[in-house]
Design a protein around this ligand. Structure first.
Ligand code: PLP
Length: 428
């Protein structure tokens, strides 16, 4: 099918990027389990290697199954192109790589997935990059943190795990004024609930591992390009605006226009960093995405019911779910994620750290795992696991204080989930 804005989300999640297989007519996207592709002749091979012709060379760069997924996610996000890679964390590096260089920094929200806090506060230093962590509700602080060496602003749409919704319009106004891109991690919301590009995001990153695949089977990541950023408007992005020595002086922005970032991501990023998504994983994710809207509706419905009920439970001190009227972020739902605030939230228990560990050990339907966004309901005590490497101050800022448990509500029967939670809370 030809993809177009005339198709609704439920249609695009099944059809975007997928055409009957040209060789066999196969209706489902085949798993192209191949490493390499035969060149028509020597001229064809040379043209492909020179980026003069687009085609398949080697599956570290491109693969037809992965390409179908890239087109599907890009279409659902309203972007012009996407680069899939091996995990959500790989996607974050792939998003930053063309923008950054030694001595450059990013301004990032304090409210991020725990692994992202570690990647940004520790690991990227090895590349000579740094991150400045700021409270993104304090717009003056965000502005003040941006300096001449800042190359991007980074946040999550619905931040994992604390039920925090970022005012993307306000943040993108700041990044626009500074002439730098806004990168939004849309993992917790998915394009069904939130479309960051419509709120000014330049790039959208995903952990495909979560809701997009949806059932906890494979790892994957994706960077979607809005195609809207002018990389030549200032001299901050030489990888995209200046001649590229690895391609005989080709300028990505000049040659590929709005697709400059996507082509760079494949031709330089995947080629040289090698964080490639495999076609099997792309297949599982394509299968998952076909039912994304159906699952997200049920996730949100269940989350609303269970969060509201938990808020009234005697053992519970607080529930941070933006879908609840009690949340300070409830007023942003309508603007940023009108179909719902997702299905991830945290519960603070009156009994503190020990009550939390007892609680997670007492659950039966809920699994205690380091994952989220599964059809199965999941729970984790962040302070003793995913956020363990952070300081107490960082834990609190990230919504993962010692008395807090993160809950990822699945698509099971809500009465069963409530009964399981009730039994475990009463055991605390
Ligand atoms: C899981 C997650 C990531 C990291 O993705 P992986 O696929 O585990 O590498 C990044 N951001 C958010 C919001 C996540 O939930």
């Amino acid at each position: 099918m030809t993809d177009g804005p005339e198709y609704g989300f439920d249609t695009l999640q099944i059809h975007a990027g997928a055409r009957p297989d040209p060789a066999t007519g196969a209706r489902q996207v085949p798993i192209y389990q191949t490493t390499a592709y035969v060149f028509r002749d020597a001229d064809h091979a040379a043209a492909l290697f020179n980026l003069q012709e687009v085609g398949y060379i080697y599956s570290r760069l491109t693969n037809p199954t992965v390409a179908a997924l890239q087109e599907r996610v890009a279409t659902m996000e309203g972007g012009v192109g996407a680069v899939c890679c091996s995990s959500g964390h790989a996607a974050q590096i792939m998003a930053l790589f063309p923008l950054m260089g030694p001595g450059k920094n990013i301004v990032v929200s304090t409210r991020l997935y725990g692994g992202t806090v570690t990647q940004f506060s520790q690991t990227i230093k090895r590349f000579g990059w740094s991150a400045t962590f700021v409270d993104f509700d304090d717009l003056d602080a965000v502005k003040a943190a941006i300096d001449d060496d800042t190359r991007a602003v980074f946040c999550e749409s619905i931040a994992n795990p604390g039920g925090y919704i970022t005012d993307l319009d306000a943040i993108s106004a700041i990044s626009d004024a500074a002439g730098i891109p806004l990168i939004v991690d849309n993992t917790s919301a998915t394009p069904y609930l939130c479309r960051p590009i419509e709120h000014g995001a330049t790039l959208v990153v995903h952990s495909l591992t979560k809701y997009l695949t949806g059932n906890g089977t494979v790892m994957g990541g994706c960077v979607v390009d809005s195609g809207k950023f002018d990389w030549t408007a200032n001299d901050k992005f030489p990888s995209l605006s200046e001649p590229e020595p690895a391609y005989h002086g080709l300028k990505f922005a000049e040659t590929f226009g709005p697709l400059a970032f996507t082509f760079h991501g494949i031709a330089i990023g995947l080629r040289d960093l090698g964080m490639t998504l495999n076609p099997q994983a792309a297949h599982y994710t394509l299968m998952g995405i076909e039912t994304l809207s159906l699952r997200m509706q049920k996730h949100v419905e269940n989350a609303m019911e269970i969060a509201a009920w938990l808020e009234t439970h005697d053992a519970v001190e607080a529930v941070t779910y933006a879908g609840l009227p009690s949340s300070p972020y409830n007023h942003r739902v309508e603007k940023i994620c009108p179909k719902g605030a997702g299905a991830l939230f945290t519960v603070a228990l009156k009994g503190g750290y020990d009550a939390c560990t007892k609680f997670v050990d007492s659950l039966e339907i809920f699994s205690h795992v380091a994952n989220l966004g599964d059809t199965r309901s999941l729970v984790i005590h962040s302070a003793s696991t995913t956020h363990r490497q952070l300081t107490l101050e960082q834990q609190v800022a990230a919504g993962a204080a010692p008395n807090v448990v993160r809950i990822s509500i699945g698509t099971e029967d809500p009465a069963d989930l409530k009964a399981d939670l009730n039994k475990a809370l009463n055991a605390v």
